[in-house]
Design a protein around this ligand. Structure first.
Ligand SMILES: C[S@@+](CC[C@H](N)C(=O)[O-])C[C@H]1O[C@@H](n2cnc3c(N)ncnc32)[C@H](O)[C@@H]1O
Length: 292
């Protein structure tokens, strides 16, 4: 099994009409290929994980439970940047199966969590995976909702969100200025944004990455440059834009986990992310900002 779907071949057929707001490759990976079922993304999450808070000695064998914990902890890291008001509204942009939304509701206690995703299959999976919580929360104070829509065209009114977060989705966004504009629009004045994913460190790195990592070459990911992402948020009117590199808690332990799993250790190109990090091409980041 591979950690991620194989790079697109030249004759890859389309699988029906793509969701209007997604490029074909992105639509395919979150449609019929269903990336969350690939073994390296355990537990229904789809992110590289943040591995610094795992219990036990740092050099022990990593387990599937650790992998799930790492993915949850990436959400905890992002949500921990907020002082989420009781009764407030939080929005997860690129929510995937919505498990991070459920975690936000369970552990951080906002009034409403809205999971937004541009792929209708992901929204259907999120509703199925969280069916019990959705039913239980329909009229309760802690409410969960899933909404089909794109980061660059968020189907919500102005100023209705207290905290907007996004976990490992922005590497797919073609229209980052559109996302930044929409984030600034839906956040209430004083609302907070936290965005985490991997970005290129420099323009030269962005040019080099497609030769090393097929997702950049086949149209799944865009090698956005981290300082330009920060500049895009500021240009949309967001304030106090801060960038924190967290790669030391992501790439080495992720690669060690891959190396320790017999079915994953021979995944040749996914293991090149560590090379890309160690050679200074990319890193994993948390960007935070305030609205208004
Ligand atoms: C790598 S997955 C991450 C899912 C989830 N945040 C997690 O960590 O488990 C990226 C998600 O972003 C969604 N996505 C990609 N482009 C998007 C866009 N322009 N607007 C909204 N969602 C998008 C995909 O459909 C996919 O579900």
């Amino acid at each position: 099994m591979t950690q991620q779907p194989p790079p697109a071949g030249p004759a890859e057929p389309p699988d029906g009409p793509a969701p209007p707001d997604l490029p074909d490759r992105v639509a395919r990976v979150y449609g019929e290929l269903d990336l969350s079922t690939v073994p390296a993304f355990a537990g229904g999450f789809i992110n590289f994980g943040y591995w610094t808070a795992l219990p036990g000695p740092g050099d022990r064998q990593l387990t599937r439970a650790d992998r799930v914990r790492s993915e949850e902890d990436l959400y905890r890291l992002v949500l921990g940047t907020f002082d989420l008001p009781r009764g407030g509204t939080a929005l997860d942009v690129g929510c995937g199966r919505g498990l991070g939304c459920a975690l936000a509701l369970r552990e951080f206690g906002p009034g409403t969590v809205i999971g937004l995703d541009a792929h209708p299959d992901q929204i259907a999976r999120a509703r199925e995976a969280n069916a019990e919580l959705l039913a239980a929360s329909a009229d309760a104070p802690g409410r969960l909702e899933f909404l089909l829509g794109a980061a660059q065209d968020i189907p919500l009114p102005d100023g209705c969100v207290d905290c907007l977060f996004s976990v490992e989705a922005a590497q797919h966004f073609r229209d980052l200025p559109g996302f930044a504009r929409e984030a600034a629009r839906v956040l209430r004045p004083g609302g907070r944004l936290a965005l985490t994913t991997f970005f290129a460190r420099t323009r030269a790195a962005a040019r080099a990455l497609p030769a090393l990592l097929p997702p950049y070459a086949d149209g799944l990911d865009v090698p956005h440059v981290v300082d330009e992402v920060a500049g895009t948020l500021a240009a949309a009117g967001l304030r106090e834009v801060r960038v924190r590199a967290i790669g030391d808690g992501v790439w080495e332990p992720y690669d060690r986990y891959m190396a320790q799993q017999p079915e994953l250790r021979d995944d040749e190109w996914p293991r090149r992310y560590l090379t890309a990090y160690e050679t200074g091409l990319l890193d994993y980041y948390v960007l935070t900002a305030a609205a208004g």
